[in-house]
Ligand binder design. Structure first.
Ligand code: ADP
Length: 163
């Protein structure tokens, strides 16, 4: 049984993330989605608990997709849940540059145990990111193309995020 970890901030989960999750779930027996705190991204729209709850609701009926959250490094979460590899999604050359260094560090700090597998976003999701979604939302524009209706509803409920 091959389990993989898909770590990220998911603030919030977008249709781009969901595209990668779908691809990974077709390739592996189990996908563990790990909601982590990215120290480079200081201000989040949703708490970690809210992000986990949204993703859990989206994949409630899918037994081979699990959601966890952690303060630990992605490689430690991968080892904890007995995942063979980390999945990352690639959109552009800048994603590639970031992932090249990240995968090297992750391999090193896991003592060579954790590899990274990159999957490519389908073309309609190549420009979708959580930050773009938040920006479009702040401008008061429709975000239906970028997020699931459940996530859109949660975003509209967020009063503290000014339009
Ligand atoms: P992080 O803060 O770790 O970059 P994100 O939640 O932004 O977390 O993204 C998690 C992973 O999903 C990363 O590998 C990122 O490149 C990938 N990703 C994000 N948006 C998309 C998308 N639209 N298509 C494909 N991959 C994506």
């Amino acid at each position: 049984m091959t389990k993989v970890l898909y770590p990220g901030s998911f603030d919030p989960i977008t249709k781009g993330h969901m595209n990668i999750i779908e691809q990974a779930s077709n390739l592996f027996d189990e996908v563990v989605i790990a909601v982590l705190q990215n120290p480079a991204k200081k201000e989040s729209m949703f708490t970690k608990e809210e992000r986990v709850e949204m993703i859990q609701n989206l994949y409630r009926k899918m037994n081979h997709i699990k959601v966890v959250s952690s303060k630990q490094a992605a490689v430690d979460v991968a080892l904890l849940y007995e995942c063979k590899a980390i999945i990352r999604g690639l959109r552009s050359l800048t994603d590639f540059a970031d992932e090249v260094s990240l995968q090297q560090i992750n391999k090193e700090i896991s003592g060579g145990k954790i590899n990274t597998i990159c999957l490519f976003a389908d073309k309609e999701y190549q420009f979708v990111s959580s930050s773009v979604v938040k920006e479009v939302y702040r401008l008061g524009k429709d975000i239906s193309n970028y997020v699931d209706p459940l996530v859109k509803r949660k975003m509209l409920e967020k009063r503290r995020y000014p339009l």
